[in-house]
Design a protein. Structure first.
Length: 134
């Protein structure tokens, strides 16, 4: 699959551009935080942000999943782009607090492969090497 999904170490830009476009196409929904979440270089006191459960339920009723119409969500953890905010993400990791990291090239390469049904079929196919005698 390296030939089908090449990643040229000498031309990272073109490979990365392809991977970023794929990731963007797979994100079905774009959400806006209910309030602007400040994500400074280091986690601030009180991070991650918390809300009352009833406020969250009023915004997204767990008893009615048929009509999820809101694009505004309660988001209490920071989302960092690996391409531009990896140092920030590392600070949050060292502080052992939750965060979301997007657009990491190694993860994007996995996403590309896992979204190819033939890759997963090949990966999970049954052959003599994978059979266990129990």
């Amino acid at each position: 699959y390296d030939s089908k999904y090449p990643f040229d170490i000498n031309d990272k830009a073109s490979s990365l551009d392809r991977l970023l476009k794929l990731a963007s196409s797979l994100r079905e929904h774009q959400y806006t935080p209910i309030e602007n979440l400040k994500c400074p270089d280091k986690p601030p006191p009180g991070y991650p942000k918390q809300w009352k459960m009833m406020d969250i339920i009023r915004n997204w009723n767990p008893d009615d999943t048929s009509d999820f119409h809101t694009t505004v969500i309660y988001q209490g953890i920071c989302v960092f782009d690996h391409q531009t905010e990896s140092e920030k993400a590392n600070n949050y990791r060292e502080a052992e607090v939750p965060f979301v990291l997007r657009n990491h090239v190694d993860v994007l390469r996995t996403v590309e492969r896992w979204n190819d049904p033939s890759y997963m079929t090949e990966l999970l196919r049954e052959d003599e090497q994978k059979k266990l005698n129990i």
